[in-house]
Each structure stands twice: as structure tokens, then as C-alpha cells.
Design a protein around this ligand. Sequence first.
Ligand SMILES: Nc1nc2c(c(=O)[nH]1)N[C@H]1C(S)=C(S)[C@@H](COP(=O)(O)OP(=O)(O)OC[C@H]3O[C@@H](n4cnc5c(=O)[nH]c(N)nc54)[C@H](O)[C@@H]3O)O[C@H]1N2
Ligand SMILES: Nc1nc2c(c(=O)[nH]1)N[C@H]1C(S)=C(S)[C@@H](COP(=O)(O)OP(=O)(O)OC[C@H]3O[C@@H](n4cnc5c(=O)[nH]c(N)nc54)[C@H](O)[C@@H]3O)O[C@H]1N2
Ligand code: SF4
Ligand SMILES: [Mo]
Length: 688
Amino acid sequence: MQIQTMTCRFCDRECHMAVSLDAAGRPAAIRPAHEEGTISCPTGLHALELMNHAQRVKHPMRRAGPRGSGQWEEISWDEAFDLATRELQKTLDQMGPEGLLFIKGFNKPLQSAVFDRLANLLGVPNRLGAGNMCHQAQAQSFVDTFGFPADRRITAETRTVVLWGSNPSNTMRWVQRDIAEMKRAGGRLVVVDPLPTRMTELADLWLPIRPGTDMALALGWMRLILEEGWEDADLLSRWATGLEDIRKACAPYTLEYTAALTGLAPAQIRQGAEWFACAKPGILFGGNALDHNWDSYQKGRCLAILLALTGNVDVPGAALHAAPPSGRNPIRTPRLTCADRFSAAWRERMWGWDRALLPTARQTSGQAMLQGIEAGKLRTGWVVGGDPVVMWADSRRTQLVLQSLDFLMVQDFFLTPTAQIADLVLPVATYLEYENLFFEGDGSIQYRPALVSGSDARSDMDIINEMGKRLGLADAFWPDMDGFWNFLLEGSGVTLEELRTTGRLEGDGTKRQPAPRGYRQCGFPTADGTIHLALPELEERSGGSVPRYRSLPEPDEAYPDRCTNYKSPFFFHSAGRQMPGQRTRQPDPVAYVSEDVAAREELREGDWARITTPTGETCQRVHIGLGMPAGTIALAIGWWDTDAAGERDVLAGNCNNLTSDQTLLGGEIQAFSCRGIPCRVTKEERVD
Ligand SMILES: Nc1nc2c(c(=O)[nH]1)N[C@H]1C(S)=C(S)[C@@H](COP(=O)(O)OP(=O)(O)OC[C@H]3O[C@@H](n4cnc5c(=O)[nH]c(N)nc54)[C@H](O)[C@@H]3O)O[C@H]1N2
Ligand SMILES: Nc1nc2c(c(=O)[nH]1)N[C@H]1C(S)=C(S)[C@@H](COP(=O)(O)OP(=O)(O)OC[C@H]3O[C@@H](n4cnc5c(=O)[nH]c(N)nc54)[C@H](O)[C@@H]3O)O[C@H]1N2
Ligand code: SF4
Ligand SMILES: [Mo]
């Protein structure tokens, strides 16, 4: 059987896949391309099931009944583009680009870059990816503290890894591999997570923290490190400012106080801090748990400060100054994205910008956009590769408000809950179905053929290109996809035509690598060359130049438990529930319930539980989580009923029925709280 290497474009990992072709040259099976060192995930591996799925959207579809009624009419691409252009142009004429709302979903670099190009050329201020709910808090806090983005590369040199609210055994198996190698080389693993996971099994120390109290633990560690003299005094005295402010901020967090807030034992807290501070180099690997509260940015700052205090910065095996993206990769350049068109004046016209407490923030939030829609100022929406109804806070409200747009178009594979309320749904092609190029950091370029012909689905890039031309930007877009790829190839010395024959262009083998200890020559790339342990410029804006712990709303009689959530190894957020190969691994949403809550409600393994907050409710299947903190439940994210028709509630199992978009108020980057919110857990009588 012939094997063709392809590149998965469902997320920013861009894994290489080995696709077996049958005698007729059609894809028959997909494996990770091991020779490329790929560790992929079930989402990319099930692309064939996705491609051939009976429920897949195969042609452009126009709404044919009331919104959300499930009545559709198949139309041609020409009709679809005409309709989309008419609606977008109407809003542009009546309200200018301020009336448009572009939603990207989780980062898929190529699609996202071309969508950004269109947004920047049209001057659309209100566009957003998943940043405020995802990585932006930690990324920005590191840049604001050190002046550079940090590369958390776990190597054999690393002595201690602290996985802090991150579970790579479910979500980043390549990180799990690096940790296993580090452990074989004698390093230690500390895991801060309320859930028992594969990583807590591997851990030398598990800190089952009470959800939402991570900042208290971080402040406790800071105090202990300074008290015990475990800090890197040389680095701090020569290269950091604000140490006294940090000393004051963490002073109240004695071991006993930290233990009372976090539910952890004092000895556990001390052991974790000592290993991290004394067995160096050490890495704090912060995950989504830190991104998912209103104080997400300050939690990211805590990680940065702890790394600085212990000297785990710009050292191999610790947090390194990330190398800038290679100039030879044309995807992340302003030449493609036209990012240089984006102006500060547009930012002022972004919904929620008046509440953006961080001057360095790059976007606001979905919740801010909903307010823009409610005010009648955002009228036409376009979603490329996202499912806001399922993934944003307060799903019912998101659904209701998005439904009130004048026009909503969605590019996706399936009729997702967001697509169900759209006016126009456009079928996108999988990475098996369109001709494609992969640009490697060393300048090499790999050609990926279209393995399937005859599908009516088109790539995101193709769809956006067509829209660009129809919206009066023909000069800035391309006559066809050959033109697009050749635009990306300009300056490489090779054309698409040539790559079709040769398959690849070799690079020079040199990739940009992080450069350790660069600060010794030229300081840190902040305004004054030092690490900013305190950020005085934030004092006025967010009431604190240093991280300050403010507890989440406490459980009470009505909502006595605390819920949080986690990601499944088998699904990518809201996607994948339709694929039998993925779904049989996890047929229902599974909630981890702490032993005390299970005992109180007489919940046994496999029962159904109903979880309620003031916002709403959801039902998930019970798994008893041994060792979880008392009073805790962790819900599976991203669930919706892919077979629901008519009466059934499509969002019945969705954890964002419980979250509220009001919790973002006061947050530096407008994240919403979903880790540690008060709730009530009861038994749901249900016969399967
Ligand atoms: N299979 C799969 N892989 C994915 C994704 C996916 O959906 N599916 N999504 C991708 C994306 S976009 C992202 S951002 C990453 C996210 O990757 P992760 O950061 O690993 O994401 P989560 O599983 O949401 O959260 C990690 C852990 O936080 C724990 N946790 C919950 N509440 C708290 C708390 O209050 N404190 C602490 N310390 N821990 C808590 C959960 O139990 C969970 O084990 O994964 C990426 N990879
Ligand atoms: N309560 C709670 N909420 C969360 C999280 C959480 O842990 N808890 N996690 C947050 C995080 S970290 C993130 S990143 C966001 C994710 O939020 P979203 O990005 O909105 O969620 P996804 O489910 O990844 O949406 C992806 C949609 O895009 C489609 N898709 C996949 N690939 C492509 C493609 O190439 N082209 C197109 N056009 N469509 C494609 C899929 O079929 C799916 O319907 O959710 C956030 N929301
Ligand atoms: S979806 Fe999975 S297989 Fe595809 S690029 Fe992302 S991690 Fe890799
Ligand atoms: Mo994310």
C-alpha cells in the first residue's frame, strides 16, 4: 500500500499523518507519521470517518424556515457566495466594518491567517479567536513580566516539572512523552490538579487542590521560597525590580493559611515548593485551569514570578526566551495577515475595549461581543471553525443572542449548535481533500496533494479568498488557490507547479532555537531591561501591581458544591462526538465526583447526576474521583447531542449551561470563570 504524508490542519499543532492509499489512490487508513516524530490525537486520526460521515454538511445550505427550525435548502456555491456577499455588503454599507463580527474559534494557523487578512483589509475591529478563554492570559503575563514569550521546553536537563492545572495525558501527549523522558533521566513530577489522572499516577507528588484556589498556593510558595532563602538572589538583585512588593503581597500566606484556602496539607505544599525551587532547572507548566477564571492573567503572572524568584528563566531545561517565528514561514507574516493595517483606533471600536483592563490585550471576549449584538451594533456574524454556542459562557444566552443577528454564516463540517441557528452554512474540506503546503521552520516546504476529488466542500482559505474578491478586494486576493499557494511561495525559489512534481523543497536544516541567558549581554527586553516582578502601570487599571488573591464566590446552602471541568483525550472541545471511532471510547459526558458528594447523594459509578448553578443545569454520568478534594465535581466539556431532533435538548450535557458571562467583569483579559464555581449536585433518575 502506498503511504502519503499529510498535515492535519484541525489545530495549531499541525501534525504529520501517514495516510495509506488503496489501489485507486484513495485514502484508506490514517496513522501518525512516526518517522516525522509525530504524536497526534484522535481528532486528526479520525479524519476519514469525518470525511465520509452521513451527517456531514456536504453542500452549502440556506435556512429555509424560522431560525433553528432545522429546515434547510441545498444551494450552489455561487448562490451561497451571492447571499453572503449581499448580506455582508449590506452591513458594510449601512454601518461600516463596525457592524461585522468575525469569530475564528480555536487557532488553526493557516485558516486563521487568511481570515485575519480579510478582517484587516476590510477594517473589521470586532474579531476574536479563543484567546481570552485559552492561552492569552499566560502568554501575555509572561511577556509583561520578562519582555519575551516563554518557551516551556521540557528536556532531559529539567529536574522538576510542575503540571499546574494541565493534563497532557489527555490534551498534549507529546508533553507527556517529554515528562516521561525527564523522569527516566531522574527528574521529578509534581501535579497540581483536583482530579486523579494518568499524570497524577506518574507524579512524585500530587496536590489535589480545591478548584479555583491556585493563586493562594502560588502566593504560599512565593512566601516559602523567600522565607527559606531558596530564591536566586543573584538574578533578583541584578536583573529584577519589584521584589519588595512581592514580599509584601505574599507575606500573609503562611503554610497554614495557604493550606486552609487550598484544602492541601501543609507538608504537601512545602514539599512541592522545595522540589521546584531547589531541584533545578524547573518548569511550571500552567494549563487551562489557570486560564479559566476572571483572575487568569494574575495567575499567569504568579507563574512568571515564581520562575523569576527561583532563577528558572532563560536557562536550558526551564522557561526559555522563545525564538521568534522563522521569517521563512510565510503564514505568520504581516505579508499574509496584513496585521500592519490594524490600528489602535480600531481597537477603541472593539466591543468591551473600555473594560479591557490590560493595555497589551489583543482582543476582548465573546461576552463583550454579545453585548454589541444586544445593543444592535453588531449585525452580521461569520464563524470560521468555532462553536460559540457550546464553548462560550452561558450557552443558552449565547444561543439566544447570536440568533438575534441579522445574518449569521458558519463554516464547519457538521450542523453544530452554532450552525443550527445560522442563515447560511458552508461545508469545509478536511485536510485530505485539498491541495496544501507545509512550511517547516528550517525553510523546507512539503507538498500535500488532494487525496479525494469530487467533494463539494471547499477549504476555509478558498472560501475566504472568494469572499474577499466579491467584497471588492480582488487586488488583495488571488484568482484561484494556485495563486494563493504561489503567493506563499514567493521568494522561496520554487513554484507550486514544481512542488507537485518534486514533493518537497529541502531547507538548510537550521531552525531558530531559543538562545539561553541572552539577558546577560543586553538585559531583558522590557522597557528598563529588568524582570518586572511588579507592574506599577496596572495599579490604577486593575487595582494591583502584584497578584492579589480574591476568592471565588463561596459555596452556600443553595449551591454547596464546587464544579470545575476538564478536557477529554478523545475529543477536541465540542467536535468529534459524531465519529463512532471516538464516541465508542467515551459514549457519554463523564463527571468526576468527589467521594463525599457521591456518598451524600447516593451516587454510584455510572449513575447520572444533575448539576445546577444560578445560570442553568446539565446532566452527566458519574465517575467517582478517588482522592478529589471534598465537595468537588469536574465536568466534561464540549458536549452536545449530535442526534437531537425535534423535542430533545441539544445542549442537555453541556457544561457551559452552568457558566455565567458576568464573571468576567474585572478580569484583565475577560476570561470567564468555569473552574471552581458553586453548584449543586443531585442524583438524576434516568433509565438508559
Ligand atoms: N484531546 C484534546 N486535546 C486538546 C484539546 C481538547 O479539547 N481535546 N484542547 C486543546 C486546547 S485548545 C487547549 S487550551 C489545551 C488545554 O489543555 P489542558 O490545560 O490540559 O486542559 P484541561 O483538561 O481543560 O485542564 C487541565 C486540568 O485542569 C484540572 N483542573 C480543573 N480545575 C482546576 C483548578 O481549579 N486548579 C487546578 N490546578 N487544576 C484544575 C482538570 O482536572 C484538568 O486535568 O488542550 C489542547 N489539546
Ligand atoms: N466551560 C469551558 N469552556 C471552554 C473551555 C473549557 O475548558 N471549559 N475551553 C476553552 C478553550 S481552551 C477553547 S480553545 C475554546 C474552544 O472554542 P471553539 O474553538 O469555539 O471550539 P471548538 O469545539 O474547537 O470549535 C471548533 C469547531 O470548528 C470545527 N472545525 C474543526 N476544524 C475546522 C476547520 O479546519 N475549519 C472549519 N471551518 N471548522 C473546523 C469543528 O467541527 C467544531 O465545530 O473553548 C473554551 N471554552
Ligand atoms: S487535531 Fe490532533 S492530529 Fe490534528 S493537528 Fe491537532 S493534535 Fe494533531
Ligand atoms: Mo484552548
